[in-house]
Design a binder for this molecule. Structure first.
Ligand code: ADP
Length: 404
């Protein structure tokens, strides 16, 4: 069975075609600069495999429908393609960032579901409208294929109210659903499922702390396979220090800066989302550049790294109080999968908590799931490459099977 997975952004469209019999992508690609005078499509046949073949084309993409049409043209292309016709696509899975409180699990797309995604625009003004544009384009291009929405927030829906409510007047929750939702849920769920499989346990029997460390960073506390707390909040700005996002700060700093500097709301938003985090401290937001600068003696780069890791360790300590006896710590995403220095710093001097890294196993980048704990470690430590597209495709198949 072929499932087409779509991740639609405001000016970009990422796609993957997965062969679900093999649980593997047979094609993937990205269309960039949609709506501009000139855009680009980069398409890969058999991505990540030995016979991978890449092609790219510059052409204008006036809207997402044209972008998707071109992606599909490449999927059925005699040279670059992998399927004979678009009819081979049996289902479509869409990434949707914010499900809010009404869309709590992956669901078949219906007019009511579209209305609910729209109703969540207020909570996710940057992402949900872009996701919906992708859904509408796909409905037009694939009128007969069943389509499923998979939400970044759904894995976190199992948090108890004490974890998802903020200590502000309760009526803001009642009126406007101001609460913690959490994000990267598709990734946290994927690595939770994989960790359980790799440890030979049922998913509902594992207690984990999962660390998704990419440009955006978040952690989840997982008790018996269910998320009980996560670092991102009503928006993806809270929690850990990230590439350009501040993560948690004293909220009064916002009022202070607005008052003292005369910033308006949009300026403050830009400062905390785009100018803060690693970049705010040392001017760089790519972890590879930060290591290079730190090794060359750049004190700010060293400080940024120390702060980044320090915040992860604080949440790790906090989450040990809610996961129950911890089975494993799981690292994933760009930094989590590739950065052995960050992994070592996160796990350093935690023997008293039963967390001991194996330095040799930890060394280097991990292209495949790898255990990196020492034999003496009570808690296992895993690096598991995330695969959000596969998770979306699996969720899509599960929804369709259950609705038969
Ligand atoms: P996104 O959140 O955009 O999906 P990724 O998961 O791709 O991001 O992660 C991007 C981050 O991963 C960047 O900060 C980058 O520096 C980091 N990264 C990628 N490769 C390495 C590496 N070999 N060593 C350290 N960091 C890396």
């Amino acid at each position: 069975m072929y499932v087409f997975v779509i991740n639609s952004g405001s000016s970009s469209l990422k796609y993957q075609l997965l062969d679900m019999d093999k649980r593997q992508a047979v094609a993937s690609g990205v269309v960039e600069r949609i709506g501009e005078t000139m855009g680009r499509i980069t398409h890969k046949k058999y991505p990540g495999q030995q016979n991978e073949a890449k092609t790219s084309m510059d052409m204008p993409f006036p809207d997402h429908r044209v972008a998707m049409d071109q992606a599909v043209a490449l999927l059925v292309h005699p040279e670059h393609g992998v399927i004979a016709s678009r009819d081979a696509i049996q289902a479509i899975g869409h990434r949707v960032v914010q499900g809010g409180e009404t869309l709590v699990q992956s669901t078949r797309i219906t007019p009511e579901v579209i209305a609910q995604i729209r109703a969540n625009f207020q909570l996710s003004p940057l992402h949900n409208p872009a996701n919906l544009v992708g859904i509408e384009a796909a409905l037009e291009l694939f009128p007969h294929a069943p389509q499923v929405a998979v939400f970044d927030t759904e894995f976190h829906q199992t948090m108890p109210p004490a974890a998802y409510l903020y200590p502000i007047p309760y009526h803001f929750y009642e009126e406007m659903r101001v609460r913690r939702y959490g994000f990267h849920g598709t990734s946290h769920r994927y690595v939770t499922r994989e960790a359980a499989r790799l440890m030979g346990k049922p998913m509902d029997a594992v207690n984990l702390v999962t660390l998704h460390l990419g440009n955006g960073c978040s952690m989840a506390a997982v008790r018996q396979g269910r998320c009980v707390d996560t670092t991102m909040g009503m928006t993806p700005l809270s929690g850990l220090m990230m590439g350009t996002r501040s993560g948690d700060i004293d909220p009064a700093i916002v009022f202070f800066l607005m008052k003292e500097k005369g910033y308006n709301v949009d300026q403050m938003d830009a400062i905390l989302n785009k100018e803060s985090g690693l970049k705010g401290i040392c001017g760089k937001n790519d972890m590879r550049d930060i290591h290079e600068a730190a090794a060359a003696g750049d004190e700010r780069a060293r400080l940024a790294l120390e702060m980044f890791v320090g915040r992860i360790r604080k949440f790790l300590g906090a989450y040990l109080t809610v996961t129950g006896p911890l089975d494993a710590i799981v690292f994933t995403a760009g930094i989590g999968e590739n950065d052995d220095i960050v992994r070592r710093m996160v796990c350093q001097d935690l023997e008293h908590l039963g967390i001991v890294l194996d330095e040799a196993a930890n060394a280097g980048r991990k292209g495949a799931a790898t255990a990196v704990h020492a034999p003496t470690s009570r808690v296992q430590i895993w690096v598991i490459p995330t695969n959000e597209e596969l998770e979306i495709a699996q969720a899509t198949v599960a929804v369709l099977e259950n609705s038969l």
